[in-house]
Design a protein around this ligand. Structure first.
Ligand SMILES: [Cu+2]
Length: 503
């Protein structure tokens, strides 16, 4: 069994800063060279003298007994960033890769220029480039950071935690869990298998796609849990859904598979705050706390009226904060993430000193169901929007299918927003896949599911299952050209993405 390891989450001590301010501003100047500097530079005065140093690099993991080269986003060798209450997001991001890249601060509300999407407006960082970021962190919570490119698939993702004063005074051990899906194949190859040779991807009776020699197993559509065939014509387009575009080689929690999990040492009778991030590119999970009862206190970094349970759904990019009390007599407590529609599992183990940690299987016979909106419909924001009539109400349609692998988000093309306007967008999913929809630069409130109005969660990513309509409301935020897209990586890159103009 693995030795006990401290969770990186527990380390929220400010790191020593190495680059001095003058050095840093010199690098900053390089970063904005060639751009409409007048547009960008005025936002770049550093309020804090010492930026945090965040590095994009490669690292080697062992997955299923094989070495895997993956990306890493680290500060002093530790994944991601944790901010103290009141601290600004003052970060020097360095690209040590041999390729261009860029990082999006998922869930934060920076000025648009610093949102971190390629050419929107800034280009990707060149190899060796360092780029400065500096803006106020408006809310505490569990956020994350990831490449807004196919590089996300190969673990260019990390936690981004903003502490509140209450977090620091609460006597709770923090444990951060980043979930991911992993393939030894490059993302480009995974994508080509999904959409390459458009029109030639006919469905076959055995739920397999013709993989042209890649091995159908890789792209199996696991419908078995639903007891349904995958023949679209037989379904008449209704009644069954498509799950799991990609069969991965492994599902990871903090870079490890469940047969060699991270074991986090906890105290008997101790109080734990789990911050769980679904950083997977195209995999949704049910999070299970097993013998431990958990209190769900926040989703996507935003507090909800606390809900007690042991199973919570998490689509791609969603986060949950769970408060857990460890029993006085201690023990080992697996925290599991079950992949929807399959028996695949990943997770970590919370263990008190001396507790025996049983070996856990990465796959079970029992299959987890597809995600639905049961949890979403019961969530209530503790910081709801003030009630008022929407200035703009629009309907958007989510379209596409597995056969063509062309996905779209339609109906928002002419929407022009002004900061402060109340906006409601009803998203109707006309496709047979669920889509986790994410709006950049804003938090929104879920206010309606299939015509049932309620004051739901404040969050930044919401799942819209097939044939469901989910309405979100928000006040238009900072001016910008804000991406709005499905957070299934391969749906996004094949078209399920638009932008909201805020002036
Ligand atoms: Cu999607």
């Amino acid at each position: 069994m693995s030795p006990l390891r401290d969770s990186g989450a527990n380390d929220h001590i400010m790191k020593a800063k190495t680059m001095n301010r003058r050095e840093f501003l010199k690098t900053a100047g390089l970063a904005v060279g060639g751009l409409a500097a007048s547009q960008f530079v005025p936002r770049l005065g550093f309020a804090a003298p010492n930026p945090r140093q965040l590095t994009i690099d490669t690292r080697t993991l062992e997955v299923n007994g094989k070495a895997a080269t993956v990306y890493g986003l680290t500060e002093n060798g530790k994944p991601g960033l944790t901010f103290a209450p009141g601290e600004r997001f003052t970060v020097a991001l360095s690209n040590r890769l041999k390729e261009d890249t860029i990082v999006h601060w998922h869930g934060l509300t920076p000025p648009w220029e610093q949102d971190g999407v390629a050419d929107n407006p800034l280009p990707m960082l060149k190899p060796g480039e360092t780029r400065p970021y500096d803006f106020a962190l408006e809310e505490a919570g569990t956020f994350w950071m990831h490449a807004h490119t196919l590089q996300e698939q190969n673990l260019l993702a990390a936690p981004l935690i903003v502490h509140s004063k209450e977090d620091l005074s609460a006597d709770r051990q923090e444990v951060v869990i980043l979930l991911h899906d992993f393939s030894f194949k490059p993302a480009e190859e995974l994508l080509a298998a999904l959409n390459g040779g458009k029109g030639s991807h006919t469905m076959h009776g055995g739920h397999q796609m013709d993989m042209g020699g890649m091995g159908g197993k890789q792209m199996q559509h696991d419908m078995k849990s639903m007891g349904s065939g995958h023949d679209m014509s037989a379904m008449g387009g209704m009644g069954a859904m498509d799950l799991n575009d990609i069969e991965y080689d492994a599902y990871l929690a903090n870079d490890r598979t469940l047969d060699d999990p991270e074991v986090v040492k906890v105290e008997k009778g101790g109080r734990v705050r789990l911050r769980i991030i679904n950083g997977a590119a195209s995999t949704a999970f049910h999070l299970k706390t097993g013998k431990l009862s958990a209190k769900l206190v926040a989703v996507d970094g935003h507090p909800v009226v606390a809900m007690t349970g042991d199973t919570f759904t998490m689509s791609m990019a969603q986060r949950i904060d769970l408060d857990i009390d460890i029993p006085q007599d201690g023990g080992a407590f697996p925290i599991l993430a079950l992949r929807e529609g399959t028996g695949d599992r990943t997770g970590i183990v919370l263990a008190t000193a001396g507790a025996k940690v049983e070996r856990l299987r990465v796959k079970t016979e029992a299959k987890a169901p597809p995600l639905d909106l049961t949890l979403e419909a019961t969530l209530r924001s503790t910081t709801p929007l003030t009630e008022r009539r929407a200035d703009k109400s629009v309907m958007a349609h989510l379209t596409g299918d597995m056969a063509s692998y062309q996905w779209a988000l339609e109906g928002l093309e002419n929407l022009k927003l002004k900061s402060g306007e109340r906006v409601e967008i009803a998203m109707m999913n006309m496709s047979m896949m669920a889509h986790p929809m994410h709006l950049h630069g804003h938090a929104f409130q879920v206010v309606d599911i299939d015509g049932k109005r309620f004051a739901g969660a404040t969050r930044d990513t919401v799942l819209v299952p097939p044939m469901k309509t989910v309405t979100i409301a928000f006040d238009a935020g900072k001016p910008g050209h804000w991406p709005f897209h499905c957070h299934h990586l391969y749906h996004m890159v094949t078209g399920m993405m638009t932008h909201l103009e805020v002036s």
